[in-house]
Design a protein around this ligand. Structure first.
Ligand SMILES: [Zn+2]
Length: 540
């Protein structure tokens, strides 16, 4: 039986001494129309202009709370001239959906003399081609399911209508507070504006497009959003040896698989959430969307409580010990250790060989508590250059048992080894994404402009089978439509296939569809129950 914990009564598995000081609250920091590029997703020089745009943006990031490592591309809207939409799109026909003259159009940090110019090499350049992008949104993007997912019902409601969408245009302009009554209107605008990506924000108390016409600014506030998690492989650069920065391979992708396993089970068993969707971020990470109604309605305080509960790795790479868990282990940490141990042996010790050199094993010794034992280990390892991390890990046990250190605290050593396993495997969460109701996150199924890969959902039941390097690319998918041939059987004529059904996007859209259906079914039950209660049928 899952023991359901409410966020209010969450006890964090981590020592209180490391708790962070909260210096912001989302409410007061909703400085309208301003934004900070939270982080530059792509930092290796081989990428293109669009790659320098921010991955996720929090309104909460504006102001007091600064990112530890502000990217060079960071920008605030105050420094940018505000331009009128009609100046940017002089040749655009007018549209009711854009009747609001107060659209926030911000020009990005890209200087005008350096326009976006794709590098013509392989699928990446094709992906950035705006016609290719438009074809994808026209023919393949699952608009209907996206609508149902956010609307929680087939009939248009404010769950969808008051939801903020934010578009990053091809010229890097960033349009916030877009909203749409139906999936068709959203689709129409995406095809017209042809953004390089779009993000999903919260549901507001009123239509985001009307926010400036309200008499009281306080009447416009975020009221619901999925609880989100963001895991990115760049946060593993201190422990992965195969790749760094924006590069990934199947070896280091294992860290994402571990993270999904650990976080997903905690959200289900400890908090009782059921509707959790994991999505490939298109290059080197994954996002979780917890869609249960009780998750969507949580305020920032509850979101922070859950993020704090799940956060075990603290501090930067320069800080000493990054794992400080209480003993006896909290059930969440104990369960995580059980899940992570096999990955530690296979994917960390063997796959990454993190302590191969003298310089590297120094970090391991730093984390071990017994000075005499450490001296013996150091001597052994220095005299055997290149000794594998697997052997070094085994040496700890062997030398400890040999009695080399008379005063050895065996329990202390065991605890330290558990902490080391956690430091090298436990999920590294970008918890800013999780803490705020009003955080924007890239939509599932958009195309990553740098890789051309579609941000497809990852089936948690088979997450070890997910290979980010074979995730569908926009050019492959369009080619698959062209190459598709209708089967000859007569029955197929009755049913006209949608374009996505002709491509390798099919299993991902089908997974998304069944996820959305299950969510809508649950919401319907809740609605029926609430109506009964309102009619007094449930009163005692
Ligand atoms: Zn790698």
């Amino acid at each position: 039986m899952p023991h359901s914990v409410t966020p209010e009564e969450v006890s964090t598995p981590v020592e209180a001494t490391t708790s962070q000081i909260e210096n912001n609250d989302g409410e007061t920091q909703m400085t309208e129309g301003t934004l900070t590029a939270a982080e530059s997703e792509e930092q290796n020089g081989d990428t293109q202009a669009t790659d320098s745009t921010n991955e996720d943006i929090t309104m909460g990031d504006v102001g007091a709370e600064q990112k530890e490592q502000p990217s060079e591309e960071s920008m605030t809207a105050e420094t940018k001239p505000e331009v009128k939409l009609e100046d940017l799109f002089a040749d655009m026909t007018s549209d009711d959906e854009f009747a609001d003259p107060a659209l926030d159009v911000k020009v990005s940090s890209s200087p005008p003399e350096a326009p976006f110019s794709p590098v013509h090499t392989g699928p990446i350049s094709r992906a950035s081609d705006s016609d290719v992008m438009r074809s994808f949104y026209q023919r393949l993007f699952p608009w209907r399911y996206l609508f149902q997912w956010l609307n929680h019902s087939p009939t248009p409601s404010t769950d969808f209508g008051h939801r903020e969408f934010a578009f990053t245009l091809q010229n890097d302009a960033y349009l916030r507070y877009q909203s749409f009554r139906t999936s068709d209107l959203l689709r129409k605008d995406v095809l017209r504006l042809n953004p390089s990506r779009f993000e999903i924000g919260p549901v507001y108390s009123t239509n985001p497009r009307d926010r400036k016409t309200l008499r009281k600014a306080s009447a416009f506030k975020p009221i619901a959003k999925e609880l989100c998690f963001d895991i990115d492989l760049t946060d593993y650069d201190d422990i992965r040896t195969c790749c760094d920065k924006a590069n990934i391979c199947n070896k280091c992708w294992q860290f994402i698989t571990m993270a999904i396993k650990v976080i997903d089970v905690a959200l289900r068993e400890d908090f009782g959430f059921k509707h959790i969707m994991w999505v490939y971020s298109g290059r080197r990470g994954a996002h979780a969307w917890v869609c249960d109604k009780k998750a969507r309605l949580m305020d920032d305080q509850k979101r922070r409580a859950i993020a704090g509960y799940l956060e075990v790795i603290k501090g930067g790479t320069q800080s000493g010990k990054r794992v400080n868990v209480k003993r006896p282990l909290h059930s969440h940490v104990a369960r995580s250790l059980d899940i992570l141990k096999p990955y530690f042996e296979d994917d960390v010790l063997q796959g990454q060989d993190p302590w191969e050199t003298d310089e590297k094993f120094a970090r391991l010794l730093e984390l071990l508590p017994d000075r005499t034992l450490n001296e013996a280990l150091k001597k052994k390892w220095s005299s055997a250059p290149g000794r594998s991390s697997t052997s070094k890990w085994a040496d700890i046990h062997t030398l400890a048992k040999s009695g080399v250190s008379k005063a050895l605290d065996t329990k202390g050593l065991r605890d330290a080894q558990q902490d080391i396993i956690l430091e090298y495997t436990y999920p590294r969460l970008d918890i800013e994404v999780s803490k705020h109701l009003n955080h924007l996150l890239k939509s599932p199924f958009v195309v990553h402009p740098g890789t051309g890969r579609v941000c497809v959902p990852i089936d948690t039941k088979h997450c070890e089978d997910f290979d980010p390097l074979t995730a569908p690319t926009i050019t492959d998918l369009l080619r698959e439509i062209d190459e598709w041939e209708a089967p000859e059987e007569a029955e197929s004529e009755d049913k006209k296939l949608q374009d996505w059904e002709k491509t390798s996007l099919k299993p991902y859209v089908e997974y998304f569809r069944s996820f959305v259906l299950a969510l809508m079914r649950d919401e319907k039950d809740v609605k029926v129950k609430r109506e009964r209660e309102e009619n007094g049928e449930m009163e005692f």
